[in-house]
Design a protein around this ligand. Structure first.
Ligand code: ADP
Length: 406
């Protein structure tokens, strides 16, 4: 079974193709086997130059990169899909061999608690929810339409980043503002759900426990950062909220700040709404404080006072966030670190866990430094396991496609 996964963002689009043995997803759900690697991976980047896009393909052990004339998203996507059946990245004879296509959809609102087959109603809902996710949902929808135009009536599946957090209680999802706003959909939705859910399942596999027996804090630390408190396999708290701006300090996003700061800036007339949005999303976080970069590697190597402050603030907020997630759980069995920073930064992991030594949480310094992948890096005597898990959102989407194709 050939499953195409599409992750369409506002300025780039990532895609991959899995060739699945019929029994594999079932086996993967039951045991700790390694998720399979995709047989083809592609990325289109529209940020380089107007009218141009950079297409990168990885397949058959080779990597190809070329600049293409960008016409529109559908035509560019078609060019990308052509590389599946042409040239040195050819992995199938024709695109008709693709059985199903899975899309990562950022916002599913209150409507979707799990993945669904895409039809006109689903598309209309994704479109309506663009009011809550103006940077993401329209791009996701364009991805769906691009596939319709290139692959006809192939079955398509929507996998929502908000769905895993649909189990948040009203107390965890409501903002303490007038109740009518809650009724109009202004509430905490949470994001990165595909990754948090994948990591929770993988943690249960690695620990040899039923997920229903575990209390977990999963830390997704990439360019965007969020935490989830998971009990009984369900998300009961998370740091992102109405938008992916709430919560932890991130690469270029501020995370939570006093809303009074925004009122002050707007009352002063110094910034328009669009400018404030741009600053909070693109010029804050590690980049905002360090003035150097949103990439942790560059901030750590620069060693300026502002860079040091950026890292200390990042750690301070991460520790506070984990403390807050622990407060929502009635105990803790494991902390999971995932995504670019979580998987690769021994410094962030050790400095974060240090704060919780008094709870009996002990990181093993050697294991922490050993570039762990899907490993337990806590000491034997630690009261809580500390896991590093390579997040595989595309694989999680492919598994949902497989389930919905049954
Ligand atoms: P995204 O959220 O866009 O999917 P990633 O999960 O790939 O991003 O995370 C990207 C971030 O991971 C980079 O900005 C960088 O800060 C961080 N990162 C990647 N590798 C390392 C590393 N070896 N050490 C520290 N940080 C790293």
């Amino acid at each position: 079974m050939k499953v195409l996964v599409l992750n369409a963002g506002s300025s780039s689009q990532k895609s991959c193709l899995y060739d699945l043995d019929e029994s594999l997803p079932l086996l993967a759900a039951q045991s700790a086997i390694e998720p399979p690697a995709p047989i083809w991976e592609a990325q289109i980047d529209w940020t380089v130059q107007p009218g141009n896009a950079v297409l990168k393909i990885k397949a058959n052990g080779t990597k190809v990169e070329r600049s293409i004339d960008s016409i529109d998203r559908s035509t560019d996507t078609l060019q990308m899909l052509n590389t599946l059946s042409e040239g040195e990245t050819k992995v199938i004879h024709q695109t008709r061999e693709i059985d199903i296509v899975g899309h990562r959809i950022v916002h599913g609102g209150q409507h979707y608690r799990q993945s669904v087959r895409i039809d006109q109603t689903v598309k209309d809902t994704i479109s309506d929810l663009a009011q809550f996710a103006p940077l993401h949902n329209p791009a996701n929808l364009q991805g769906i339409e691009a596939i319709e135009q290139s692959l006809g009536d192939v079955p398509q599946v929507a996998v929502f980043d908000t769905a895993f957090h649909a189990t948040l209680s009203p107390a965890a999802s409501i903002y303490p503002i007038p109740y009518e706003w809650y009724e109009k959909g202004v509430q905490r939705y949470g994001f990165h759900g595909i990754s948090h859910q994948y990591c929770a399942n993988r943690a249960a596999q690695l620990l040899g426990h039923e997920l229903s027996d575990l209390r977990l804090v999963t830390c997704h630390l990439g360019n965007g950062c969020s935490l989830a408190a998971i009990e009984n396999g369900q998300s009961i708290d998370t740091t992102m909220g109405f938008t992916p701006l709430e919560g932890l300090m991130m690469g270029s996003r501020s995370g939570s700040i006093d809303p009074g700061v925004l009122l002050y800036l707007m009352r002063e007339g110094a910034y328009t709404i669009d400018e404030v949005e741009q600053v909070l999303n693109k010029k804050s976080g590690l980049l905002g404080i360090s003035g150097i970069s949103s990439d942790l590697r560059q901030v750590t190597s620069s060693e300026t006072e502002q860079s040091k402050l950026a890292i200390e603030t990042y750690i301070h907020r991460l520790r506070s966030g984990i403390g807050s997630m622990i407060g929502s759980l009635s105990g803790l069995d494991a902390i999971v670190f995932t995504a670019g920073v979580g998987e690769n930064s021994a410094l962030i992991r050790s400095r974060t866990c240090e704060a919780f030594r008094w709870l009996g949480i002990e990181i093993d310094p050697e294991k922490n430094q050993s570039s762990p992948v899907d490993q337990d890096i806590s000491t034997r005597s630690s009261k809580v396991r500390i896991l590093v898990i390579h997040t595989q959102e595309d694989w999680a989407i492919a598994q949902d496609c497989w389930k919905l194709s049954r």
